[in-house]
Write a protein that binds this ligand. Sequence first.
Ligand code: SAH
Length: 225
Amino acid sequence: MNSLIASTGIGMTSARTRERLVQKLVDQGIRNPVVLEQIRNVPRHLFVDEALATRAYENTALPIGLGQTISQPFIVARMTEALFEDAEPRKVLEIGTGCGYQTAVLAPLVKFLYSVERIKALQDRAKQVLSSLNLRNIYFRHGDGFRGWAGHAPYDAIICAAAPAEVPMALSKQLSVGGRLIIPIGPEGRQELIRITRRVDARGEEFVTQRLGLVAFVPLVQGVR
Ligand code: SAH
């Protein structure tokens, strides 16, 4: 690799490499063209360690340090698609910023994106990368996602990138009427992605649950560090 290619990262961000990833997601059933366009455009190699950058456009989760991972592109696409299916959420809460990749995919598609992360070191890194991409509608909070972010509630949608054993009460409470929560639920090795929609009518309030398939996420952990 010559130095120009090394410094600009052209080698791993070639249109062909990204196109191959997009094609894989299409093969796996992702249909929303706006979501596919975001996967094509967001420079995933900037969110991983330089040593892993050559693998950034593989359809796999990768380590980002501190025991955490960058989500698999398919999962990010699936969750984003589920968020926008028959809806246009404008104000969204994300739990588990991590490296900020999902944040970058989502931010241009919404008006306000609030993102909570419990590990300060990861949040600081994510902030840097996201500001270098000129994304200006993201608000960060270092905190425990089990509690959501009450100060800006209600949200049209909440997306959670780590799995609790059961749906945290605070998250369903912070949904607007008609709002949806996309969240993996269950212990390691037996998690299911679900979408919960808050409905309110004359008879009262109900939460409608839809199952979106089996997934593998890191656990949602209490407290901050
Ligand atoms: N969204 C990331 C994936 C992050 S992995 C991406 O696009 O790749 C899940 C993240 O959730 C980790 O960074 C982890 O630290 C964070 N997390 C786990 N429990 C949490 C909690 N209670 N509150 C906030 N963040 C939490």
